[in-house]
Design a protein around this ligand. Structure first.
Ligand SMILES: Cc1cc2nc3c(=O)[nH]c(=O)nc-3n(C[C@H](O)[C@H](O)[C@H](O)COP(=O)(O)OP(=O)(O)OC[C@H]3O[C@@H](n4cnc5c(N)ncnc54)[C@H](O)[C@@H]3O)c2cc1C
Length: 477
């Protein structure tokens, strides 16, 4: 059912289209979007009463922080989340510890202090920087409490499948959302794309990049899991391939893992079984499984990866039980329900955060995240280990407001791992601590747009910075 270019719909046509959309779910995306190029946009002249001031698509850590901040700043705010959980990779992806630091006074501090309030384990500092150990189950509850306390409305199991733009204009007039009740339309004055995948931006026609420059390949996917019944008095931890930790035999643990991989006792490309603490003693959180050459925007690739990674979990547990002291009686406690996706689209913004920016620690007059810090952590897109031998150390850098503003879509802001940056810069700012602060910045900018009836590209960065400072965020050293 190809749609003509520049479709101008009447309300009746539009509703007919929406009713038919249940059937459209069965059509290829190209047909829904009006041609194999996918370039024709659904458009309308029908003004719509906004359902919310700010609509946040995606309830990962960036989306939750954006929504809570926008609501705290007085905006009527709605989250649309395709799964049954809030927190994204933190919860459904079962990712631990929270890594990445930013300047003092951000929403990261608030979340960390709530998540660690009853921890049995201490926050540690390794080559990864500050490692905040969490209980993923507690994080699931916290995410719901956080949005509810701040009067953010949330639609769960609500997948944004397309956008309708203003006819001839560049703004998103409404979002088409697949919900358990059927397809619905939702509109907002400002939309924040916090999907991790830059899905809304892509649907709205924004430019984006994906993967490394040389061949477009992305970082591998992983399914993380937690073990219980670990003997805390004997069990090692290991934060990565460079961790010098040794086994009682005196052999370096990372070398032992490599040998096991060569013998086929660990999955292909799994050269290190990372063993992190959780909030509780006697547990370890394992980041080890790995599948390369997966495009997690393709549903069939997601099946392939999940199938393989679930079996990899069993193989890693067998390895730990057989060889590593303290793990003999460990039990697989929990694992991710969603595929752990490190990298998909990076939406092109007014500014692209560069390799150099994270390497030298660039500072910007329009910084909305200050002193972001994490390694340039590129899990090898085409094999095991790190892409650059050893992850490079970044210097504390700023993220400018321009990285959150895609030039081609008038009422859209980007938050989280899909903001504008290079493959290598993304490998640093993609961690959760930094994504939380990006979310806070996006929520602040969105609420100011609503108050001033302005588009993001008309917003004064000085006003956004002033509003962040008023929230207690430090934006200068
Ligand atoms: C295996 C792995 C290990 C990692 N290790 C660490 C670590 O140790 N420490 C650390 O800090 N970071 C780590 N990271 C990185 C970090 O977890 C993520 O980059 C970060 O959580 C991204 O947050 P986000 O909110 O931008 O996106 P996400 O967490 O991906 O959230 C996006 C949300 O949007 C929803 N969504 C997507 N599309 C739609 C749509 N069309 N409609 C509605 N909803 C939609 C999704 O369901 C999801 O809830 C790791 C990542 C992976 C995959």
């Amino acid at each position: 059912m190809p749609l003509p270019k520049k479709t101008r719909t009447t309300r009746r046509d539009f509703l007919k289209g929406t009713a038919a959309a249940t059937g459209l779910f069965m059509l290829p995306v190209a047909a829904l979007r009006g041609g194999s190029s996918g370039k024709t946009k659904l458009e309308t002249d029908i003004p719509m009463q906004p359902d919310a001031d700010v609509v946040v698509v995606g309830g990962g850590v960036a989306g939750v922080c954006a929504a809570v901040t926008a609501a705290r700043q007085g905006a009527k705010t709605l989250i649309l989340e395709r799964s049954g959980l809030l927190g994204g990779m933190l919860t459904a992806g079962h990712v631990n510890p929270i890594l990445g630091t930013v300047s003092k006074g951000t929403i990261y501090d608030e979340i960390v202090s709530r998540l660690t309030a009853e921890n049995e384990t201490e926050i540690e500092t390794t080559r990864n920087g500050r490692e905040v150990y969490i209980d993923v189950e507690k994080a699931k509850t916290l995410m719901f409490n956080f949005v509810a306390e701040n009067n953010v409305e949330c639609w769960m199991q609500s997948l944004v499948v397309d956008v309708v733009r203003d006819s001839g204009g560049d703004t998103i007039n409404r979002l088409l959302v697949g919900t358990p009740e059927g397809i619905k339309t939702v509109s907002g004055k400002i939309i924040i794309d916090a999907t991790g995948d830059g899905q809304v931006a892509m649907l709205a026609g924004a430019d984006y990049g994906m993967g490394r420059d040389s061949d477009g390949r992305v970082q591998p996917v992983t399914l993380e899991f937690t073990l219980s019944n670990v003997d805390e008095s004997r069990a090692i931890t290991a934060w990565g391939g460079s961790d010098p930790v040794k086994l009682p035999s005196g052999q370096r643990y990372s070398e032992f893992c490599k040998e096991a991989n060569a013998r086929g006792e660990l999955p292909e490309n799994v050269a290190i079984v990372r063993l992190h603490r959780t909030a509780r003693k006697g547990e370890r959180h394992v980041n080890a499984t790995q599948k390369n050459y997966i495009n997690s925007l393709k549903p069939v690739d997601i099946f392939t990866a999940m199938h393989d990674l679930r079996n990899q979990i069993d193989q890693c547990v067998r390895f730990l039980k057989k060889y590593i002291p303290g793990y003999e009686n460990c039990i697989l406690k929990t694992s991710g329900s969603a595929l752990g996706v490190r990298e998909t689209r990076r939406v092109t913004g007014q500014y692209i955060l560069s390799d150099n920016d994270v390497e030298v620690g660039s500072k910007f007059d329009d910084a909305v995240v200050h002193n972001a810090w994490f390694l340039i952590d590129i899990h090898n897109p085409s094999g095991g280990g790190q892409a650059e031998g050893r992850s490079k150390i970044a210097k504390p850098y700023d993220i400018p407001l321009r990285c959150l503003i895609p030039p081609k879509v008038g009422n859209l802001l980007i938050a989280g791992r899909c903001i504008s940056g290079t493959h290598r810069a993304h490998a640093s700012y993609r961690v959760m601590g930094i994504c939380m602060a990006i979310g806070q910045a996006a929520g602040t900018a969105a609420s100011l747009c609503v108050k001033g009836n302005a588009r993001p590209d008309e917003l004064s960065s000085a006003k956004v910075r002033a509003a962040l400072k008023a929230q207690g965020v430090s934006l200068s050293s």
